[in-house]
Design a protein around this ligand. Structure first.
Ligand code: NAD
Ligand code: TYD
Length: 352
């Protein structure tokens, strides 16, 4: 890959991915295509904004005309689609924007890539690749046993996961029908720097720092399979460069934890290193999320065997790095929790 469109590059995982690639690959050129919704933040990319291998374009992935121009302007050979509405709770409140960006936006990108990458003989130019960044949530919810494999039937429950599953199916159809060189990656819950504080870990860190209640949905015994974001970025890099065309790869680190375990990990680190008055008395069990998936757990054997990937960051190290990043970047948090976030927080959590 040489000239790459990274969509959603101002978001949590996209920013981490761009920083990772610019550090790693001297020959890469990245066009970051991001609409800058509430979740997009160019501060994340301040350190690379003048790098000649990087440009930013504020665009909606549904804007076919403008995106098509980028393919010509930059001779694009790779698209990695991170752009999405990504928060389950918001999808319960307002599903339509999820359908638009996640379904229509993905279809728009695929369709432009198909046209621009045509070799004029019914096939595709050499070396082109489209990677759809997906989620384990498309598989639905597990009982106490078993793991999601790539051939586990899709059974999404939230409007978010249903929109991501739709995007996966459309992506797959471009391989099945046109033999377009695509991959789909399905990753478990990420954590690390630059994550917007609507998601569990940064929300709990921010609330601890502000001595606010820690809202745990229901009994807090739901299980998520946590992966440090840099390990996800490394997996995407391997798939987009070396993945077998048409294949789906699950990405996860066998790191299943209950939500209460996660919240208590945040509390105890902040108690010991920042503020002794933070303790589990701040935990408040609140009304459960509608349709809440009970357990996610990924079987990552395929990507380990095929591409030699493994999660390098144990949870105990990753969570410390993450909390310390937020402690050292209080200005970043203050900036993102001003304005819209306050209204979001009140509507989601007041009287819950
Ligand atoms: P995020 O919400 O932090 O960032 C999304 C980015 O997409 C933002 O910068 C936003 O401005 C941009 N965006 C939204 N709508 C857009 C549009 N119409 N056009 C252009 N840009 C738009 O999300 P994230 O956590 O970084 O997730 C990135 C991808 O990874 C998503 O596709 C998500 O489904 C997937 N994923 C996330 C996780 C996780 O734990 N965060 C796990 C598995 C998969
Ligand atoms: P989240 O970070 O929203 O990711 P996802 O829903 O995509 O897995 O939530 C992770 C888990 O934490 C999920 O089981 C819901 C729960 N949760 C809470 O208990 N309280 C909260 O305030 C939030 C945001 C999440």
């Amino acid at each position: 890959m040489r000239n790459v469109i990274v969509t959603g590059g101002a978001g949590f995982i996209g920013s981490n991915f761009i920083l990772y690639e610019l550090e790693k690959d001297p020959d890469i050129f990245i066009v970051n295509v991001d609409k800058l919704t509430y979740a997009g933040n160019l501060e994340n990319l301040k350190s690379v904004e003048n790098d000649p291998r990087y440009v930013f374009r504020q665009l909606d992935i549904c804007d076919a005309e403008e995106i098509a121009k980028l393919f010509d302007e930059y001779d694009i050979d790779t698209v990695i689609n991170f752009a999405a509405e990504s928060h389950v709770d918001r999808s319960i409140e307002d599903p339509m924007v999820f359908i638009r960006t996640n379904v229509l936006g993905t279809a728009t990108l695929l369709n432009i890539a198909k046209e621009k990458w045509s070799d004029g003989k019914g096939g595709f130019k050499e070396g082109v690749r489209y990677l759809q960044v997906s989620t384990d949530e498309v598989y639905g919810s597990l009982g106490p046993e078993g793991f999601f494999r790539e051939d586990t039937p899709l059974d999404p429950h939230s409007p978010y996961s249903a929109s991501k599953a739709s995007a996966d199916m459309i992506t797959k159809s471009y391989y099945d029908t046109f033999k377009m060189p695509i991959n789909i990656t399905r990753c478990s819950n990420n954590y690390g720097p630059y994550q917007f504080p609507e998601k569990l870990i940064p929300l709990m860190i921010n609330n601890c720092l502000n001595h606010k209640d820690l809202p745990v949905y229901g009994d807090g015994l739901q299980i998520r399979d946590w992966l440090y974001v840099e390990d996800h970025c490394k997996a995407i890099d391997l798939v987009v460069r070396n993945g077998v065309v048409g294949q789906v790869y699950n990405i996860g680190g066998h790191n299943e934890r209950t939500n209460l375990f996660i919240v208590n990990s945040v509390i105890s680190y902040i108690h010991d290193h920042k503020d002794e008055s933070v303790d589990d008395g701040l935990i408040k069990h609140v009304t459960d999320r509608k349709g809440h998936d009970r357990r996610y757990g990924i079987d990552p054997q395929k990507i380990k065997d095929a591409l030699g990937w493994y999660p390098e960051t144990p949870f105990e190290r990753g969570i410390v790095k993450t909390i310390e990043w937020y402690l050292n970047n209080e200005e970043w948090i203050e900036d993102v929790v001003s304005g819209e976030y306050q209204k979001y927080y009140e509507s989601m959590y007041d009287n819950r």
